[in-house]
Design a protein around this ligand. Structure first.
Ligand SMILES: C[S@@+](CC[C@H](N)C(=O)[O-])C[C@H]1O[C@@H](n2cnc3c(N)ncnc32)[C@H](O)[C@@H]1O
Length: 548
């Protein structure tokens, strides 16, 4: 086939010139499968170079040459989806989106931000002309371009200049920025590029925390196992920087102290408060500050099983002169034989998915030494999941070429991800746990409806979060709709799918999650039951588990 030969020659040239990427044109007069077959053969023998498939953001009658069935125009995303599936989600295959004057509705457009879009080719036709005769973009196009900037998508201006510069003018940058430019011998598309640059400069700067977290975006990390492993000093140091978390704890402790001790007894009654899993002492400090704030008297036990943290804790108590108030207990809370019972049990044993660092098991063990009417802070926590398009995360998991990595949950700062439906609660734990059954095993079936204006969507896995009630109306959490502002102790968790699942408009996604408990470990299993069943992931905790 001629086009195949030409394509191979072009890629050979690009490779010879050590180009990082080669743009694949939309094929003319051939079917998607034939074209994908040709590209697939090239991908198999490709070095490090990437192939960017050029796809119109919105398919029109004029650009339906890549139609899957060559009869009806299809959604561009579906076209891409067929193509990448034919090429087995090859990680060197990416997208260059052609942007014209019309753009699809917001939900359908959003799907691209979970895909490997590398470039947006802005046709000059997509620009308007402002009152002074310079190119500009509609509000919707401006928002789209802001989305491209946010996702590090390169912008390319292409086409013929249709917005002629007014005679005698300097240029667009001068118009927008009051900067003088040398207008001699400028590229005819320069005003378009300057306008794009102007939009970039107009963007709000990233908040400091976001800047700090840039390097973590879409980077898969193994969840901590603070029970089985001993955390390192650096990890504690990172926790301790999160002022918001400790402010919320202090607020909760204040309220609990005020409820426990009426004002008139404040100077006579001493409350026994135990910080279980005290680490290097920030919750001890928050408790003492709450006592001072409310004028209540405290006796504190700080229980910690990490011997390294205990050393730092001893130094802190000595340095601060807390010896009369704080007793340090070097023990696992599940095995400590307390000499008295606590009025208030304070802990922070939460993972990104709430119970995934085994807070339920630890607190079940510790509640022996909580008075019958005692208070646990947190009093409850709930995990949440939602289906996501996340091609980068999927490809990163896939690159390990084994089952284990597909059956593992990862902590990740989600960025190039599309949240396809609102998150739903999965497992809730309440403390103290008064249930007679005493099992922390759980099963939850969830049904997600993806908004119909999204179009078809690819589910690469599930994003997980938690939300905790510390005490009464004091909350803390990372579930997107209720997340505690400016708190950075937790990123989301990601449960991948071995085979991504396509959900078409009108059909629901049915998902199952299990929390399973054995004598030495706790693990999750998950699967999709509908629209097409997936295997049950992590059966018997064969790939991923949390040690007790
Ligand atoms: C997430 S860290 C929180 C530390 C500290 N409270 C803070 O906010 O920085 C959890 C701490 O609980 C400790 N821990 C976990 N399970 C424990 C157990 N069963 N008994 C005692 N300490 C435990 C860990 O060693 C770790 O120091």
């Amino acid at each position: 086939m001629d086009s195949e030969i030409t394509l191979k020659q072009e890629i050979a040239w690009a490779s010879h010139l050590s180009l990082q990427a080669c743009l694949l044109p939309a094929p003319k007069g051939t079917s998607c499968a034939n074209y994908a077959r040709c590209v697939n053969q090239i991908l198999l023998g490709l070095n490090n170079m990437k192939l960017w498939l050029r796809i119109p953001l919105l398919k029109t009658d004029d650009n339906d040459s890549m139609d899957v069935n060559s009869i009806h125009p299809v959604d561009s995303w579906e076209l891409w989806n067929s193509f990448r599936m034919l090429c087995e989600h090859h990680s060197q295959l990416s997208i260059a989106l052609d942007i014209l004057s019309s753009i699809p509705p917001a939900n359908s457009l959003g799907r691209w931000f979970g895909e490997s879009v590398r470039a947006a080719i802005m046709d000059t036709d997509s620009f308007l002309t402002n009152a002074r005769g310079y190119p500009c973009l509609s509000k919707r196009h401006q928002n789209l371009v802001a989305g491209f900037f946010n996702h590090s998508i390169q912008i390319v201006v292409s086409g013929k200049p249709v917005n002629g510069l007014p005679k005698g003018s300097t240029d667009l940058a001068a118009d927008h920025n009051d900067r003088n430019f040398d207008a001699v011998q400028r590229h005819p598309l320069r005003p378009y590029l300057d306008y794009i640059g102007y939009l970039y400069q107009k963007m709000d700067p990233l908040p400091e925390q976001e800047r700090f977290e840039l390097g973590y975006r879409d980077f898969l990390q193994s969840p901590l196992q603070p029970l089985m492993d001993n955390l390192e000093a650096q990890t504690y140091e990172t926790f301790e920087k999160d002022a918001v978390k400790y402010i919320q704890y202090q607020r909760a402790i204040c309220k609990a102290l005020q409820d426990r001790v009426p004002e008139e007894k404040a100077s006579t009654l001493t409350i026994v408060l135990m910080v279980v899993g005290a680490g290097r002492g920030p919750l001890v400090r928050a408790s003492l500050q709450a006592a001072e704030e409310t004028g209540r008297k405290l006796k504190i036990y700080a229980v910690e099983k990490n011997p390294n943290a205990i050393v730092t804790l001893h130094s802190l108590v000595k340095l601060e002169g807390w010896e009369d108030t704080v007793t340090i207990i070097s023990s696992d809370m599940r095995h400590w034989d307390a000499s008295e019972k606590a009025d208030i049990l304070v802990s922070e044993l939460l993972g990104s998915f709430g119970d995934n660092e085994l807070s339920p098991e630890c607190l079940d063990g510790a509640q022996r030494f909580l008075k019958d009417d005692g208070i646990s802070i947190p009093s409850s926590y709930t995990s949440f999941v939602q289906p996501v398009t996340a091609s980068k995360l999927y490809n990163d998991v896939k690159s390990h070429k084994d089952l284990v990595h597909f059956e593992t949950a990862y902590v990740v700062k989600l960025h190039n991800v599309v949240r396809l439906a609102a998150s739903q609660p999965v497992f809730t734990f309440t403390h103290p746990n008064k249930s007679s059954k005493g099992s922390n095993q759980r099963h939850k079936k969830l049904r997600f409806e993806i908004p119909s204006d999204t179009g078809s969507a690819m589910v690469h896995g599930f994003a997980g979060y938690f939300d905790a009630t510390l005490y009464k109306d004091v909350y803390l959490g990372i579930e997107p709709s209720t997340a505690t502002p400016n708190m950075f102790s937790w990123f989301a968790i990601f449960f991948p799918l071995r085979t991504p699942v396509i959900v078409h408009p009108g059909s629901a996604l049915e998902v199952h999650f299990w929390r399973c408990c054995g004598p030495t470990k706790v693990w999750y299993e998950w699967c999709v039951a509908s629209p097409c069943p997936s295997p049950i992931h992590n059966s018997n905790g064969r790939s991923y588990w949390v040690g007790l």
